[in-house]
Design a protein around this ligand. Structure first.
Ligand SMILES: [Fe+2]
Length: 322
């Protein structure tokens, strides 16, 4: 695929992500980023429309129902609620309230290369604290305001980049147990359920709020609660679309934390209140190898005894879950 306007755009070597405060960046806390990937040819709307078509056979174009709020549960479907094709969704993308997300864009080779190049620009800063980056994935969110992405947590660390238009991003510290209780984090990591990860308006002042434009970004660690919104105030004819990407990745640290959650989930069933991962290095050192065994055992049991045994046999355990 050729790059258009090569003279007007940064070359492949100069596309990069960098921390707003290079001396203060840490993988263990939320941090503001800058980047120039919004100028990359593969992140322009026409290329993203082509990517969406490529993703249809994988079921990776996801849609939400109309009327969702930041407090709604974060559920999405591979069918548009009105039955629209992906082509029609992009033709009508400027209509207020449009929403489409492109999940796991790394399944398309040209985007896998691009995602790795994004992470590579920050690799040294990450691996000095969290060695062994693996499973780099990409999730693109395209919407026309008014639009939201509901409150939720993810397993992976995230380089979240605004590519087009404006968006407000709220992120909470992943250690804030008022916003998401420890057992709710465990239910997500171990049981894959966001049922008890719920937004309350009183949580908002505890978040960091970023008003983002193309070239802005936010780094946040695994299980940091987050949500977005985009207001129509900035829009104009021909410029009504907000696009962002979450470039997510696991490390040796996210994997160890997931293993500790596996043990904590079990201990809680015996009425105990175990130390959250990171709170007690001594406890974590014991729990980590045990958590790997428990996670692997639970997964093989689920595969054998689960309701859709044949399908589950082919499925892969989320890499960050144990
Ligand atoms: Fe997310």
């Amino acid at each position: 695929m050729g790059y258009r306007n090569e003279n007007a755009e940064p070359s492949a070597a100069t596309f990069r992500v960098w921390p707003d405060d290079p001396t203060g960046f840490s993988t263990h806390r939320i941090g503001k980023l800058q980047h120039n990937f919004h100028q990359h040819p593969l992140f322009q709307v026409s290329e993203l429309a082509a990517l969406a078509k490529d993703l249809v056979p994988f079921g990776n174009c996801r849609f939400t129902r109309p009327g969702i709020t930041q407090a709604s549960s974060f559920t999405h479907d591979s069918q548009h609620p009105d039955g629209r094709s992906v082509e029609e969704v992009f033709q009508r993308i400027e209509e207020p309230g449009s929403w489409v997300a492109l999940y796991n864009i790394e399944v398309i080779a040209r985007y896998q290369v691009l995602l790795c190049s994004i992470v590579d620009t920050m690799r040294a800063s990450v691996e000095r604290e969290q060695p062994d980056i693996f499973d780099v994935n990409g999730f693109v969110f395209i919407s026309a305001p008014p639009s939201v992405t509901p409150f939720h947590i993810d397993r992976e660390n995230n380089f979240w980049l605004q590519l087009h238009g404006r968006k407000t991003m709220n992120v909470w510290d992943h250690r804030d147990r008022v916003v998401v209780p420890a057992d709710a984090v465990e239910d997500f990591i171990v049981g894959h359920s966001l049922r008890n990860v719920r937004f309350e308006e009183e949580f908002r002042p505890r978040s960091l709020q970023f008003e983002t434009r193309p070239g802005d970004g936010v780094y946040f660690p695994s299980t940091s609660p987050h949500m977005t919104s985009s207001d129509p105030a900035w829009t104009a004819p021909g410029d009504r679309v907000s696009i962002s990407i979450g470039v997510t990745f696991y490390t040796s640290v996210t994997r160890s934390m997931a293993r500790v959650h596996q043990i904590n989930w079990l201990l809680r069933r015996f009425g105990l209140s175990p130390a959250f991962p990171g709170d007690s290095p001594a406890a974590d050192a014991i729990k980590t190898p045990l958590g790997r065994l428990v996670g692997a055992a639970r997964w093989s049991l689920a595969k054998e005894l689960g309701p859709a045994r044949r399908l589950r046999r082919e499925a892969k355990a989320p890499p960050g879950s144990f």
